[in-house]
Design a protein around this ligand. Structure first.
Ligand code: PLP
Length: 357
């Protein structure tokens, strides 16, 4: 198995892949793969409802919230959120912390009035900006944040609280740590980092935000459609949902989100310690108080050194360490499924590379 530090789609737990492989041809004695089951069958229903229940349990999601299973990636949520929630006369408030929040704002602007409450763009998105909730002007529909900025490697440590629903794009840190779901009106995440394979998007939404949509809204873009039909209005991505269920079962078998959170802190520390003790050979992109535990972004003294680093890393079996094209440098994505041992090996490699340079 590769030492996989890809930003997404990302590493999955080996045990999950083995389990899926074991039952690939014959799931639950059906003589069929999960992929071949009718999405209306009892065997599939257990998988579907089981995944929702397991997520509810792991994140302690109360019955005030609906768990919706959708397609279209986190990117479709950039549009669905304003289409459903930016009702006439209201404003969608956004905090810009990177390219994904910019994209979310861009889509909302097509739907209705928006405002930027805060931004760290001028700081090359090295930090999470401090915000002044009193500056929320007018009749706000929601406040949108990106809880973890996959490209820049920054992460919110505490979440803002105001009188309007808080919406978070948690694509790259959902299930990486304990959260209080009650703080949010809506949480969404593309599955392909901490939850499973791509092709599935999870939305956790407060029931009282789900309302009858305007007539012009296409059926498939309305949250009500998914809510009324248990996310089975049309054919869901059944195999991806099956893998989600296996990933969630794996999280439980590891001891739950609290154990995963501690492990993630330990993994992130291994890499940030190397950066901080490197006498500026490695420079972290994110400011220390905004550092992500999921995506560790850093640069080396020159383009040439970066190339050499990436080349040698690849030779030693490390995959996916190049930074996003908009930031450059390097990025190690250390999601839930990346073992501590793989991160420790990367930390050793980084130290070795500095010494030989
Ligand atoms: N939001 C964040 C924070 C992401 O990291 C990504 C993808 O990496 C997206 C949104 C886009 O997700 P998708 O490709 O599922 O549309």
């Amino acid at each position: 198995r590769a030492l996989n530090f890809n930003a997404g789609p990302a590493a999955l737990p080996e045990a999950v892949l083995q389990e899926a492989q074991k039952h690939l041809l014959n799931f639950n004695g059906t003589g069929m793969s999960v992929m071949e089951l009718s999405h209306r069958s009892k065997d599939y229903e257990e998988v579907h409802v089981g995944a929702q229940q397991q997520l509810r349990k792991l994140l302690a999601i109360s019955e005030k919230y609906e768990i919706l299973l959708l397609q279209g990636g986190a990117s479709l949520q950039f549009s669905m959120i304003p289409l459903n929630l930016l009702t006439k006369g209201k404003i969608g408030h956004y905090v810009l912390t990177g390219s994904w929040s910019e994209k979310a704002l861009k889509e909302a602007k097509k739907v209705g009035p928006t405002s930027i409450l805060a931004s760290s763009k001028e700081d090359q998105y090295r930090s999470i900006p401090s915000i002044k909730i009193e500056q929320l002007e007018g009749d706000g529909a929601y406040l949108h944040i990106t809880s973890n900025n996959t490209i820049y490697g920054t992460e919110w440590k505490t979440y803002p609280s105001s009188s309007i629903p808080l919406i978070a794009d948690m694509s790259s840190d959902i299930l990486s740590k304990r959260i209080n779901v009650d703080q949010f009106g809506l949480i969404y995440a593309g599955a392909q980092k901490n939850l499973g394979p791509s092709g599935l998007t999870v939305v956790i939404m407060k029931k009282d935000l789900i309302s009858t949509p305007p007539d012009h809204l296409p059926t498939m873009l309305s949250y009500e459609t998914y809510s009324k039909n248990q996310s089975l209005y049309n054919t869901p991505p059944t195999f991806a949902i099956y893998l989600l269920k296996l990933v969630l079962d794996w999280v439980e078998s590891e001891g739950g989100v609290e154990v995963i959170e501690k492990r993630n802190q330990e993994k992130a520390k291994l890499l940030y310690d190397v950066i901080d003790k490197s006498d500026s050979f490695y420079s972290g992109h994110a400011k220390p108080d905004s550092r992500s535990n999921m995506n560790v972004t850093f640069t080396l003294p020159s383009e040439e050194k970066t190339k050499e680093f990436l080349h040698l890393a690849q030779e030693k079996g490390f995959v996916g360490l190049n930074g996003h094209r908009s930031v450059g440098g390097c990025r190690a994505s250390i999601y839930n499924a990346v073992p501590v041992d793989h991160v420790a090996q990367l930390a050793e490699f980084m130290k070795w590379f500095q010494v030989r340079s």
